[in-house]
Design a protein around this ligand. Structure first.
Ligand code: SAM
Length: 188
């Protein structure tokens, strides 16, 4: 078994905790890699809420969902993830959420996630997360603005009460070019 890159390891961690019929969130749909993964885990009876501020990215993901027969369980939302609370019922529970921070490769590099809005969405996810559920954030930070967001997110998750949450950081520390790392937050 080889040690997995952060983005792959996020799926490895989430796979065993997501069951058919669950509700989960993809906070940064982009080209839909995480959306397709989540849709396959929750199955036709589950629900994936997928957010992105770029309509072309959502359109590409919609095409992939059609090709793979998984449109039924996914709601693609052209809105910022900081508005997630408007799309969940007050008592609704989620099993998992994924964030891929930064910009979408091959797209406009000026459109990036930002610390303030990421934290707002993260707090909503944690408020709705069921016990044992996990929020995974893959933190890309090698772009302008990335370092700032990384610090904001790290400072926030480091302060989460350890009686309520287990917070894991996973990443390679001997690679050049600021490889992404994973933060995984599990509700105890
Ligand atoms: N997970 C994606 C994939 O599989 O291709 C990659 C995501 S990419 C690193 C980050 C995405 O976040 C971009 O597509 C960008 O448009 C989106 N984004 C930026 N700000 C956002 C916000 N406030 N709410 C939702 N999405 C946002």
């Amino acid at each position: 078994m080889n040690l997995e890159p952060a983005v792959k390891y996020s799926h490895t961690l989430l796979s065993p905790i997501i069951a058919q019929g669950d509700t989960v969130v993809d906070a940064t749909v982009g080209n839909g890699n995480d959306t397709l993964f989540l849709a396959s885990r929750v199955g036709a009876t589950g629900h994936v809420l997928g957010f992105d501020v770029q309509q072309p990215a959502l359109d590409r993901t919609a095409t992939q969902l059609t090709l793979t027969g998984m449109t039924r369980q996914v709601r693609l939302i052209h809105d910022g993830h900081e508005h997630l609370d408007q799309y969940l019922e007050p008592q609704q529970q989620i099993t998992a959420a994924i964030f891929n921070l930064g910009y979408l490769p091959g797209s406009n590099k000026q459109i990036i996630t930002h610390g303030e809005t990421t934290i707002s969405a993260l707090k909503t996810c944690l408020a709705h997360l069921r016990r044992g559920g996990i929020v995974a954030l893959v933190v890309y930070y090698g772009h302008p603005g990335g370092e700032q967001e990384k610090e904001t997110v790290l400072q926030t998750v480091k302060q989460l009460d350890q009686q309520q949450y287990s917070v894991l950081q996973y990443g390679f520390i001997n690679q050049i070019h600021q490889p992404p790392f994973l933060l995984a937050i599990q509700k105890r």
